[in-house]
Design a protein around this ligand. Structure first.
Ligand SMILES: NC(=O)c1ccc[n+]([C@@H]2O[C@H](COP(=O)([O-])OP(=O)(O)OC[C@H]3O[C@@H](n4cnc5c(N)ncnc54)[C@H](OP(=O)(O)O)[C@@H]3O)[C@@H](O)[C@H]2O)c1
Length: 277
């Protein structure tokens, strides 16, 4: 399985990021990767950018591969599954990063007892620092789940959860880089407001987020304890914290994660109703 052929169906933002990550870590060889995209013009462009075979024919890619990674939007997932169903035999391994679409729906559309693993990575796979939630379908073998864990571990951390938590994972870590990019941009703007150049403010903001994240991971302490390390009596940090608490900063994050999780569940319902299950 280490050398299995992998097809990325829908080489958009996350599909291309996965290809780049798998290639850069050496986890997949170029000749073992194929990607698809509907437009022949974009396929040509991606062939040059990614250095792998890129086709506009999903059936060809699914027939060629042993492992299939669906990376399309939820809106088109049902029609893509129906299009490729007869090229996906039971000895293949089907994976999907598509928000909201349950494993049982994928099994139903393919119409056979094929092994399915549902994943929710995030865009940080591009820097090999992704956070990926994963759950298994009814028919997948343990060794295939291990293969998927290993594949996605090459581009970051993988955590298995029960399927009913996949929308929660989507709201927190799947969508998560967006929250942090907002924080970085907000801190950079703030730096400019208090007199730093744009370039210096951005560099300081990025390193601050990176340093804080590494501390939280490496020290393994509660974030409240880490916050206490920074807030000296009558100092700058406690004054800023007071303002953040008054503005409901943490409540905004909770609302945002809850809203993204709700939308993931809604997309799943919207794009599976009336289709095979
Ligand atoms: N972006 C993320 O950070 C992220 C993270 C985790 C999971 N996801 C999930 O991954 C999925 C894709 O998200 P994305 O942000 O990568 O979207 P995206 O950039 O729009 O990528 C989707 C790709 O699928 C292609 N496509 C459309 N119809 C197709 C078809 N019939 N066959 C093959 N390819 C087709 C699109 O091509 P055209 O552009 O030419 O239409 C596009 O390149 C979503 O379900 C999302 O929830 C995304």
């Amino acid at each position: 399985m280490q050398e299995a052929r992998v097809a990325i169906i829908g080489a958009g933002h996350i599909g291309s990021a996965l290809v780049r990550g798998f290639l850069e870590t050496g986890r997949c060889k170029r000749e073992h990767l194929m990607a698809t995209i509907p437009s022949e013009e974009k396929a040509q462009q991606l062939r040059e950018e990614l250095g792998i075979q890129v086709e506009s024919d999903n059936r060809k890619a699914c027939g060629w591969a042993r492992v299939i990674v669906f990376c399309v939007k939820p809106q088109v997932m049902a029609s893509v599954l129906q299009e490729v169903a007869d090229t996906v035999s039971e000895d293949k391994l089907v994976t999907s990063v598509v928000a909201g679409i349950p494993t049982q729906f994928i099994e139903g559309c393919l119409g056979k007892q094929v092994g399915v693993v549902r994943l929710m990575p995030n865009i940080a796979v591009l820097s090999r620092q992704g956070a990926t939630g994963m759950c298994r379908g009814r028919f997948v073998r343990d060794e295939d789940v291990e293969y998927v864990r290993n594949l996605f571990s090459s581009v970051g951390m993988v955590m298995e959860v029960s399927e009913d938590l996949m929308d929660a994972v989507t709201g927190l870590s799947g969508t998560g880089p967006m929250y942090i990019f907002q924080v970085i941009e907000g801190l950079s703007d703030a730096g400019v407001k208090v007199g730093l150049s744009r370039e210096k403010a951005y560099a300081l903001a990025v390193q601050t987020v990176l340093g804080a994240a590494l501390m939280a991971r490496d020290l393994g302490e509660h974030p409240g304890q880490l916050k206490d390390l920074v807030t000296s009596p009558a100092g700058t940090a406690i004054s800023a914290l007071h303002l953040m608490e008054r503005s409901g900063f943490r409540a905004i994050l909770m609302d945002a994660v809850e809203e993204a999780a709700r939308r993931s569940a809604e997309l799943g319902k919207l794009h599976t109703l009336g289709s095979s299950d």
